[in-house]
Design a protein around this ligand. Structure first.
Ligand code: ADP
Length: 238
């Protein structure tokens, strides 16, 4: 079953055509990575799904519902920012609770859902710490819990490992994939790092000039690149 269908999404900033009738279908529970060179439109596509960017044309459907015209907070989509964007003056617990508080969820339910989320990311013992008292990897987990606690249909992650040092990256990739599998949530990552894409995803979507040039399993992309561009990008000559 398809969870997310992107159909002809187009976006122009001034004279710059950033998304050019972009199509993408993501199956329920799968992890898809948007991979491509800097400036090819990966973040703009992710932000269009989240509702931070309004496309000029095209449709975005989640579980069959057209969300293209809905404000970000009504899209049922979680977003993890590149630098995590945690509130520095709030504890882990309050960072995770924030979205529930603004949605006026009853207090007892907030406490229950936040404590579940803290268990999920194995940070219950750190609930009362502030972001600056956590490592980069722990901050990332709080940012993910803050998104997941709202029980979105789709989780979007913009370059989730950029803020981590090289050593932490690899172990966090494994941890993050395990976490996603435990929750079973449909996820879309943006990255420009092919190792990361190949290691993390069920399917890799190679972007070029505002469109998806090829989408397939990491093995398919690696073994059967459909164009010189894809072959070059993943570091294999045709
Ligand atoms: P990627 O994530 O693949 O590096 P982006 O989607 O961030 O690419 O950006 C694609 C192009 O659109 C870049 O040239 C970028 O400068 C431009 N761009 C992105 N957002 C804006 C904006 N809000 N206003 C003007 N240009 C933008």
């Amino acid at each position: 079953m398809n969870q997310l269908i992107i159909d002809g999404v187009t976006k122009q900033f001034g004279a710059l055509k950033v998304l050019q009738s972009c199509d993408l279908t993501v199956e329920r529970g799968s992890v898809v990575t948007l991979l491509g060179p800097s400036g090819c439109g990966k973040t703009t596509l992710l932000r269009s799904i989240a509702g931070f960017v309004t496309p000029d044309a095209g449709r975005i459907r989640v579980k069959g519902q057209d969300i293209s015209r809905l404000p970000p907070n009504r899209r049922d989509v979680g977003y993890v920012f590149q630098n995590y964007a945690l509130f520095p003056h709030l504890t882990c617990r309050d960072n995770i609770a924030y979205g529930l508080v603004v949605r006026r969820v009853p207090k007892a339910e907030i406490a229950r859902r936040v404590s579940q989320a803290l268990d999920l990311i194995a940070l219950a013992a750190f609930a009362d710490r502030y972001p600056k008292q956590l490592s980069g990897g722990q901050q990332q987990r709080v940012a993910i819990a803050r998104a997941l606690v709202l029980e979105p249909q789709v989780l979007l992650l913009d370059e989730p490992f950029n803020a981590l040092d090289a050593q932490l990256r690899l172990s966090m990739q494994v941890e993050l994939r395990k976490l996603i599998d435990r929750v079973g949530i449909t996820s879309i990552f943006v990255t420009h790092d092919q190792q990361e894409a190949m290691a993390l995803s069920d399917r890799v979507a190679i972007m070029r000039g505002g469109r998806i040039e090829q989408i397939g399993s990491p093995l398919e992309i690696y073994d059967r690149p459909r164009s010189c561009f894809v072959a070059d990008f993943i570091g294999r000559a045709n």
